[in-house]
Design a protein around this ligand. Structure first.
Ligand code: IPE
Ligand code: IPE
Ligand code: MG
Length: 255
């Protein structure tokens, strides 16, 4: 339970789910912050600020339910195209979020991880991300993957480069590369060792992946709704899990 918030902001829900129906990995394309702000005649950054609050609620709930991996698409390799003001606003929010909530997440046994090339982020972001990973690395609870400067294509290209590097360093043989298996390749992507997402949720009405988890999404269940991310509630999260449990996953086979 979230000790710090119980009885305060946090409200226990009646949602219950059988253990074997809990998805292992939920990924969210947090979208619609800008539209939420524009509808209210607020600057876009205010939408992102509200979006961080939603993320916090969902992290708490996902951890309570017993989800093992929660991935939040937070900044794509294409998001650098936005105005400098918006990009720096997003970066500042990331630092603020971790400064404020790291301790609480740590107390709740959460492991903070990143997906993407964080070396290109501003130094204060890199520092707090490294501190967060270091602090939480021995935890055993939910893994919170923050996808930052993440792109699915970039991930695949980096994997190929790293395979080549390992070959040059004598860590893998030509033979392994010539007969490369899907499992071998999976060891070179950011989600190494993690299950593929069972569900990819995209709020705000868009029905596209926007360069998210191109390798991992092969058999993910895609769910979307028309709610902008700042207004996405715990009930919407429960609904997504329920809808997922009504899907028939066949993986190309037959019943
Ligand atoms: C998602 O909200 C947050 C990020 C991409 C960082 P947007 O900023 O894309 O919101 P819309 O799509 O403009 O409404
Ligand atoms: C995807 O949303 C990236 C994140 C949510 C971080 P975008 O808003 O950037 O995607 P497009 O431009 O609508 O495809
Ligand atoms: Mg968007």
């Amino acid at each position: 339970m979230w000790k710090l918030f119980k009885g305060k902001e946090y409200k226990e829900s009646n949602f219950s789910i059988e253990k074997n129906k809990i998805p292992k990995h939920i990924a969210i394309i947090m979208d619609g912050n800008g539209r939420w702000a524009e509808e209210r005649k607020l600057p876009r950054t205010m939408g992102h600020k509200a979006g961080v609050e939603t993320l916090k609620k969902i992290v708490r709930e996902a951890s309570d339910i017993g989800i093992k991996y929660l991935t939040a698409y937070s900044f794509s390799t294409e998001n650098w195209k936005r105005s400098e003001e918006e990009v720096s606003g997003l970066m500042n929010l990331l630092v603020e979020f971790l400064r404020r909530d790291l301790k609480e997440m740590h107390e709740n046994n959460i492991i903070i991880n990143t997906l993407g090339d964080i070396s290109k982020l501003p130094k204060p972001c890199i520092d707090i991300l490294n501190e967060s990973k270091e602090m939480t690395k021995n935890n055993t609870g939910m893994v919170l993957n923050l996808a930052l400067n993440y792109g699915g294509r970039q991930e695949i290209v980096y994997a190929v480069r790293n395979i080549f590097k390992d070959y040059e360093d004598g860590k893998i043989s030509k033979d392994i590369i010539a007969n490369l298996k899907e499992e071998d390749f999976s060891n070179y992507i950011f989600t190494k060792g993690m299950p593929d997402p069972d569900i990819i949720i995209r709020p705000s009405g868009e029905q596209r992946l926007s360069n998210f988890m191109l390798w991992q999404c092969a058999y993910s269940e895609f769910l979307y709704n028309h709610i902008n991310w700042p207004e996405f509630t715990i009930e919407d999260f429960h609904k997504a899990i329920e809808e997922y449990n009504n899907r028939d996953r066949r993986y190309g086979g037959t019943k």
